[in-house]
Ligand binder design. Structure first.
Ligand SMILES: Cc1cc2nc3c(=O)[nH]c(=O)nc-3n(C[C@H](O)[C@H](O)[C@H](O)COP(=O)(O)OP(=O)(O)OC[C@H]3O[C@@H](n4cnc5c(N)ncnc54)[C@H](O)[C@@H]3O)c2cc1C
Length: 393
């Protein structure tokens, strides 16, 4: 990674700080970062969110390191890091961050042809074209290569039939990057990677309601869906390698949330009170909160070390371990938050609960999903054992 040092770094930091101060709407300070396509309606009903997305898109700082031909600002990783740090410092977030920037974009940059890059990356760089991920199927989750959605070569187009499940935001997405079976006689080497327009005839997305009350994902049905030949990424039957790389990008982004979590201590003071020394008046809770904060610090140090060690510039096998570490930290933190709020931490709707209490309950329920999506906890441990620790199978 090219380092930006000394005066150059200082000047760019000042420029970023000034631009963000002038352009980030203060009303969005510390707002939860809305980057999942499933939150699209809520986000777009807020004029300040739309303005912020538009400004970042025009500045091209949503994907600062991408080539300007594809909608980026052509900056280095070091510039991108400074922009991220300055955003965090003002309680801001990147409104361009999406499944497109986190997963498909980096994958197309590696595997897409020039026409595909020019067609799809600019829409991702402005967050106007929203993507969903059509990988999982009822019989193919951890064992993803068992997928059965059929894709047949009809000469002038592909014909897709089958069902996906757990497809986040499918009902609000414009496009879907999907894994399809182009050869039934082979497993991994019979899979292809296809880009499908969600407006195509024959696609139905049915939302599924989660325990947290939201409808994060859908089951998606493909009935005789025609897809142009040009929408195949890479070669026929060679999609598995592309999928594995995309999953690395996904895990990297799931564990790449840096310092995004707000400290629990002020809330603990408020709900639990303080002892004579001014400490949180619950020694056991205090100990577990400190432990969680220490794990968070250790996690950030590990992310920094792995970033330095990564020669390729892209995510390494270490992202599986990071994803599990991060899931654990978030889940523990959600438990702690509920606990320190006491009975109020189980609020669901209406009085006497505050918005923050209701949100804490829902976030706690949603946190259960962290160790499932993007690849389950056990499967990530298997990958770490095999590829990082090189343990015998
Ligand atoms: C909130 C959420 C959003 C999601 N969004 C998407 C999306 O947008 N697109 C998409 O394609 N998918 C999505 N998924 C699906 C997700 O990727 C799968 O749920 C996940 O890969 C696990 O697959 P499964 O649910 O079929 O569980 P299974 O694979 O059936 O696993 C069940 C249990 O068995 C364990 N297990 C399985 N195999 C092994 C093994 N070899 N060794 C040890 N343990 C094993 C698992 O760890 C797990 O605990 C989402 C899931 C969630 C919860």
């Amino acid at each position: 990674m090219v380092e930006l040092e000394g005066m150059e770094a200082r000047l760019f930091r000042e420029e970023a700080r000034a631009w963000l101060k002038a352009n980030f709407p203060p009303s969005l300070t510390n707002a939860p970062s809305i980057h999942f396509v499933s939150d699209r309606r809520a986000a777009e009903s807020n004029p300040d969110w739309c303005l912020w997305r538009q400004r970042m898109a025009e500045k091209r700082w949503g994907v600062p390191t991408w080539d300007p031909r594809y909608g980026g600002a052509g900056l280095t990783e070091a510039h991108g890091k400074i922009i991220g740090e300055e955003l965090a410092a003002i309680g801001g977030f990147n409104p361009i961050r999406s499944y497109g920037t986190m997963m498909l974009g980096p994958t197309l940059l590696e595997y897409g042809n020039e026409a595909q890059k020019l067609e799809h990356l600019p829409g991702i760089a402005t967050n106007e074209r929203r993507w969903c991920q059509g990988f999982s199927e009822p019989g193919a989750g951890s064992d993803l290569a068992s997928l059965q959605t059929r894709c047949v070569d009809m000469g002038d187009h592909w014909l897709v039939n089958g069902q996906k499940i757990w497809t986040s935001g499918a009902d609000q997405a414009d496009w879907c990057f999907a894994l399809v079976r182009t050869d039934t006689s082979r497993k991994q080497s019979g899979i292809s990677f296809l880009l499908i327009d969600m407006k195509s005839e024959g696609i139905e997305a049915r939302p599924i309601i989660l325990i947290s009350g939201s409808t994060h994902f859908c089951e998606v049905f493909f009935n005789d869906v025609k897809v142009p030949k040009a929408n195949l990424v890479g070669e026929v039957n060679q999609g598995w390698a592309i999928a594995k790389r995309l999953l690395q990008f996904e895990r990297n982004s799931l564990s790449d949330v840096k310092a995004e979590i707000t400290p629990l201590a002020p809330l603990a003071h408020e709900y639990c009170g303080t002892d004579l020394l001014g400490r949180i008046d619950n020694p056991d809770l205090r100990t577990r909160m400190v432990r969680n904060a220490m794990r968070h610090e250790a996690y950030l140090a590990t992310v920094a070390r792995l970033t330095r060690e990564s020669q390729s510039g892209g995510p390494s096998n270490g992202v599986s371990a990071l994803k599990n570490l991060w899931s654990g930290i978030i889940q523990d933190r959600s438990e702690l938050l509920i606990e320190l709020m006491g009975a109020n931490g189980l609020g669901w709707a209406g009085d006497p609960y505050t918005d923050a209490e209701r949100e804490a309950t829902r976030a706690w329920l949603h946190s259960k999903a962290f160790s499932i999506y993007g690849g389950s906890y056990e499967v990530q441990n298997n990958i770490t054992a095999k590829r990082t620790l090189e343990l015998p199978a």
